[in-house]
Design a binder for this molecule. Structure first.
Ligand SMILES: [Zn+2]
Ligand SMILES: [Zn+2]
Length: 596
């Protein structure tokens, strides 16, 4: 295969004297098979020059294929500037991930709305066919294309192209699934192993390398790789050549040279077989077929992971808590966030804190029998004014009385330490906490009683349930599926496939929402859902992006749990899918009633 880089820059075009060697145009790669099949991967600003070169070569009867990784600007901005798209008689197939909120064509047409651009897609003279893709494989003439979801804030596909005995993989934009891998060290697990499988033994891997390991902690969640990660996975997957691309707009040519020098020194030191280069605009790579059995390099030694800590050490939280257990747990949660915690015993101590050196948040406790937190809050408001947020811990929120006393928010007990951590962090940073725990149903005692009658909690795994979760995973193509019961303060899995744990705190459990609402719940993309975006099951393992849960409602009317599907990628569930999920829930209920 013949590969030419037309755009190697990430995020935004950055032309000028400091980027003249590696190039200033955004993502665009041309691939041609020996038979001449033309595939263009991504159409950033580099696509303009590519279009001009096609015109210069003569476009009579031209047929081309465009693979779009995702519809962020730097991957589609060049589309309206590909001159042959305006030439009648040329034929184009454009492929890209099916958007969550519309087709690929609609997404691409969005940037050509009259407000942004004078020409609409209807004015393209060429014959254009649009193809909405999900993960899978298909053929473009003599090239076999496999599409694989990447880890990026938008729905993004990587492409593996195989033709003429050679393999080219394009993987932009992508972030390590396990953040510790950005350092270039640590065990490769789970979804990152899936990524290894996708890039495995590529003759040319074109990979996102926007950041360095040192830069990555500040860019976590932005959807890009460190160069160290790209190299680590490339070596592990026995890739032959690795082209680093999606260069950061702030990285000038000399900085790319320095980065590359450092990487190559490391590769030499460990006698690595991997050939790494930084992709240059205009560069041509002829990809030769892969001689079988050439790679002999084994698995690299694993190193321990390094946790990444946010810097919040300047801030502190003032606590007035009587209950020793809650005080200890909150103190632990606050310190775990890198924030200082200080307890007071007399409310008079609060006087004299000014805005500069004062606490970021005050946490108080209110209980009917023990302590009148509302009164304490009124005194604090009197002494310090209204600036500092006051959070009240209680077994029930009393919004009206709280507002009158000056309470900013409530933390309803019982809660898990990670829930308290996330809430406190949001209060200290004055950001929205996008994690809402489900309310407890009104008939909770009755519900728990009928759950206990089932005698199922903490029993051994059973094949009659496991076969249902296996079936669900196969039917819906999801990596995780579970039969779950919501106990008083936890969620417990009777059967789980791919979730990797048996207990979850009730405030983190998605299924608690289903149990409360007694209705199916589908979350297409947790990142865009204010109930779940900061949930630890989303921000950390297993990194849930998609959830669908169907309630398990017993004959006596009590909802005890769910049958649920989970994925690390956003996805949609159609009406008929929901019906199939109901069938699985019904089968589960049948098993439950047969054992009761
Ligand atoms: Zn990008
Ligand atoms: Zn992107």
């Amino acid at each position: 295969m013949h590969v030419k880089f037309w755009g190697t820059r990430g995020s935004i075009a950055k032309p000028g004297p400091t980027t003249v060697r590696y190039g200033g145009n955004t993502s665009c790669v041309e691939v041609r098979s020996a038979r001449g099949t033309l595939v263009i991967i991504d159409c950033g600003t580099g696509a303009h020059s590519l279009g001009q070169s096609l015109i210069a070569g003569g476009v009579k009867g031209l047929r081309g294929h465009i693979l779009i990784s995702h519809t962020h600007w730097d991957h589609i901005q060049g589309i309206p500037f590909i001159a042959p798209l305006f030439v009648a008689g040329t034929q184009w197939d454009i492929y890209g991930p099916r958007g969550l909120h519309g087709s690929l064509r609609e997404a691409l047409a969005g940037q050509m709305q009259y407000t942004y651009f004078p020409v609409t897609p209807d004015q393209f003279g060429a014959t254009i066919r649009y193809h909405d893709l999900v993960e899978g494989a298909f053929n473009i003439d003599d090239i076999k294309v496999s599409a694989h979801y990447l880890n990026h804030p938008a729905l993004t596909l990587g492409y593996r192209l195989e033709a003429d005995g050679a393999t080219v993989v394009y993987s932009c934009d992508h972030e390590p699934h396990s953040q510790w891998l950005a350092s270039g060290h640590g065990e490769i697990l789970g979804q990152d192993l899936g990524h290894v499988e996708f890039i495995k033994q590529a003759d040319l891997l074109i990979h996102d390398a926007q950041y360095t390991a040192a830069e990555y902690p500040a860019k976590m969640g932005w959807g890009h790789s460190s160069v160290e990660y790209a190299v680590r996975l490339g070596e592990y997957a026995q890739v032959r050549r690795l082209a680093l691309t999606h260069h950061d707009p702030l990285r000038d040519d000399d900085a790319v040279d320095r980065m590359l020098h450092e990487i190559k020194t490391g590769l030499r030191a460990r006698s690595s077989a991997l050939d790494v280069f930084a992709a240059m605009e205009g560069q041509i790579v002829e990809v030769e077929p892969h001689p079988i059995g050439e790679h002999t390099q084994g698995v690299q030694a694993f190193r321990a992971m390094t946790p990444l800590q946010p810097a919040l050490s300047e801030r502190w939280v003032l606590l007035g808590i009587g209950d020793a257990g809650i005080a200890a747990m909150l103190g632990e949660a606050i310190r775990a966030e890198g924030i200082r915690a200080q307890f007071f015993s007399d409310v008079g101590e609060v006087e004299g804190f000014d805005g500069e050196r004062g606490p970021s948040v005050i946490v108080l406790e209110h209980s009917k029998w023990r302590v009148d937190g509302l009164e304490t809050c009124r005194v604090i408001r009197h002494l310090t004014g209204n600036e500092v947020p006051v959070v009240m811990i209680a077994t029930q929120a009393n919004i009206a009385a709280g507002a009158a006393a000056g309470v900013t928010d409530w933390l309803v007990n019982p809660f898990s330490e990670s829930y308290a951590r996330t809430k406190i962090r949001a209060w200290v940073l004055r950001t929205e906490c996008r994690w809402i725990r489900a309310n407890v149903p009104d008939n909770e005692d009755e519900r728990i009683a009928s759950l206990q009658v089932l005698n199922i909690l903490d029993t051994e795994a059973e094949d009659r349930f496991d076969r249902l979760t296996r079936l669900a995973a196969a039917l819906f193509h999801v990596p995780m599926s579970s039969i779950t019961f919501v106990d008083r303060d936890r969620q417990w899995h009777k059967s789980q496939l791919g979730c990797g744990h048996n207990d979850t705190s009730r405030d983190a459990a998605f299924c608690s929402h289903v149990v409360h609402n007694r209705e199916p719940l589908v979350v297409s993309d947790t990142f865009h859902d204010s109930r779940f975006a900061d949930n630890p099951l989303v921000t950390h393992g297993p990194r849930i992006r998609f959830y669908a849960g169907y309630p398990l409602i017993l004959a006596n009317g009590n909802c005890v749990g769910t049958f649920c599907l989970l994925d690390t990628r956003p996805r949609m569930l159609g009406h008929s899918d929901l019906e199939r999920l109901r069938d699985l829930a019904d089968l589960t209920l049948r098993e439950l009633s047969s054992s009761a």
